[in-house]
Ligand binder design. Sequence first.
Ligand code: FES
Ligand code: FES
Length: 156
Amino acid sequence: MKVSIEVNGRAVAEEVPDRTLLVHFLRDTAGFTGTNIGCDTTSCGACTVLLDGESVKSCTVLAAQADGHAVTTVEGLAEPDGSLHPVQRAFREQHGLQCGFCTPGMIMASVSLLNDNPKPTRDEVRAGLEGNLCRCTGYHNIVSAVIDASGQEVDR
Ligand code: FES
Ligand code: FES
């Protein structure tokens, strides 16, 4: 079927098999490989993107379900001049990046979390990111990064 999705502000329209997952459409058809595949079983969150502004695990959504909608991947967060999104900046400054495989999904989930709750507590950040796994167990710094991105003092 023909699927048309606005990815990071760019219209991508392509003929794909009906069962194509959104994550494969983003990586293989649209070329945005920042969205990672960590499990394929909805457990790791590495594939998290924003679908019309809401975070979704793109390995559990068919490309067809996103037809006519807008998707933002990690590549769509920085400004055109390369300035980082506040969440990206905070992950860098708070050392929330380790091997980095989970990072795009963590960042997209964090952006969504802060959209819903601009001043979360550390516990609320932990609850909000519980669907995202970091196998390097870098959670402490990741939580600090989200607190920092929210404009709150990082209390260690
Ligand atoms: S690849 Fe989607 S949740 Fe792991
Ligand atoms: S930084 Fe390594 S899995 Fe998260």
